[in-house]
Write a protein that binds this ligand. Structure first.
Ligand code: EPZ
Length: 425
């Protein structure tokens, strides 16, 4: 087992490049199941979740290899061929594996995918995925924990999502791309990662309009052809480094960004007193802390609202801001798991239900803390960067799922961070 040992108190400075987006590359890899011929994805981040998805795809018959660092080649079995059952032990590790359901139905007519369990941040049901696929004509059943779906032919339908679920929108969008006729998805998710998937599918020959708005129209086609596609930058990794600049009183330029995707985070940092400047080319953003941070309120919402994945990092940031910050989490039901760990560092936070009240500015003192989940782990790293003395963060497997070479990138910005083995005591 390993841990990060962080010696806080060093303002970050310099430049860091953001990798391709975890939450874009995972659906893109699932979509490659439906493509006849070779798919090449550029800017694929080196993450545990990508390795896990590669295992799922290998099991389903997709041949993959890296042509160069970050350049992933994928070739799937021809339409109607290949395994249709995803392995439980892999799906259990990563719920995004559920995104193979729509593609398998669309190109093989059958799918058997374990019902993903909940996770730390919530029950994470998939009812909207299943309702949408059933509307397209799939017969869906649950037996022994496996979702079994079959469809002789998928037929376009008018689907209204009770919640703009990212995953449900993606599963339905992929299945609808090869369905017969028109599909309309209303109250669809408009996250950039959904748009990236739609752009990928269109480049492969799909006919999709309205991605990025709440209404997506799809006219099914008979097949999708091989293509090359560059994964959009990871807006959450970018936001995490922007928050790291702010919490350490530093000045960091984050490269390889799409400013549109970062507006909610940039707006909040500006409200807190940071200087946020976009490069002339619009592909880099510099965040400079200009003195004591001012507290502000944060409410997470589906895109283009403030992203729920940035909520935990902002909990940490608000401990260093003067005043009271109220954080409301509207997307997941249990996403304040970092609070008890932040309190071990001295934070003054009261969390109740979907609201957390952060009193600042509270000096933090280093301690041993445990990452509760991916973004909670990021919050603890940020807090460690600001804490007096040494903080060690364990359960790095959470962080490795979504942050590529985090310690290395932080050291490149002047942080004192070491990744060390924990001797088995
Ligand atoms: C995606 O998860 C992301 N993961 C999450 O990122 C992100 O937090 C989330 O979208 C919201 O932006 C990937 O893209 C791989 P949802 P997803 O379906 O698709 C409820 C990270 O840290 N819901 O939009 O699972 C659900 O319970 C991860 O990178 C249903 O009720 O999110 C939740 O409360 C965490 N029924 C809300 O919708 C359904 O069928 C949002 O879920 C589906 C979802």
């Amino acid at each position: 087992m390993e841990k990060l040992v962080i010696t806080g108190g060093h303002p970050l400075a310099g430049r860091v490049r953001v990798a391709g987006a975890k939450n874009a590359v995972l659906p893109l890899m699932a979509a490659a199941l439906m493509v006849e011929g070779e798919t090449v994805l550029e800017d694929v981040p080196a993450l545990e979740d990508v390795s896990t998805m590669l295992q799922v795809l290998a099991h389903l018959g997709t041949e993959t290899h890296y042509g160069a660092p970050g350049r992933l080649h994928l070739t799937s079995p021809a339409k109607g061929e290949g395994e249709v059952a995803a392995p439980y032990d892999v799906v259990r590790r990563m719920r995004a594996s559920f995104l193979v359901l729509g593609p398998l139905l669309a190109c093989r007519g059958r799918a058997e995918v374990p019902l993903p369990g909940g996770c730390a941040i919530g029950g994470r049901p998939v009812d909207l995925h299943l309702k949408g696929l059933a509307a397209l004509g799939a017969e869906v059943s649950l037996t022994q924990g496996m979702i079994r779906a079959r469809a002789k032919r998928l037929t376009g339908a008018h689907i209204y999502l009770d919640f703009p679920s990212v995953g449900a929108t993606e599963n339905i969008l992929m299945a609808a791309s090869l369905a017969h006729g028109e599909t309309v998805i209303e109250n669809a998710a408009s996250e950039p990662e959904v748009v990236d998937l739609a752009n990928f599918l269109c480049a492969a020959g799909a006919r999709i309009r309205g991605a990025g708005t709440g209404v997506i129209r799809v006219n099914g086609v008979s097949g999708l052809r091989g293509l090359r596609h560059t994964v959009i930058p990871d807006r959450i990794e970018a936001g995490t480094f922007m928050a790291a600049a702010a919490i350490t009183g530093g000045s960091v330029t984050v490269e390889n960004i799409v400013y549109e995707h970062l507006k909610p985070v940039a707006a909040k940092l500006t409200e807190m007193g940071c200087a946020v400047e976009l490069s002339d080319a619009g592909d880099a953003i510099r965040v400079t802390a200009t003195g004591t941070l001012k507290a502000t309120d944060v409410k997470t919402l589906p895109y283009p609202g403030f992203p729920t994945d940035m909520q935990s990092p902002f909990l940490a940031l608000l401990t260093q801001a003067r005043g009271t910050g109220v954080v409301t989490e509207t997307v997941f039901e249990n996403r304040f798991l970092a609070v008890p760990e932040l309190k071990r560092l001295g934070a003054n936070i009261r969390a109740e239900g979907r609201t957390a009240v952060v009193e600042g500015r509270t000096p933090l003192a280093g301690a041993e803390v445990t990452a509760p989940d991916l973004r909670g782990g990021a919050a603890l790293v940020l807090a460690g960067l600001a804490a007096e003395g040494e903080t060690s963060v364990t359960r790095l497997e959470h962080l490795d799922r979504g942050y590529e070479r985090l310690a290395e990138k932080l050291v490149g910005l002047g942080a004192q961070v070491k990744r060390v083995n924990v001797t088995n005591v």
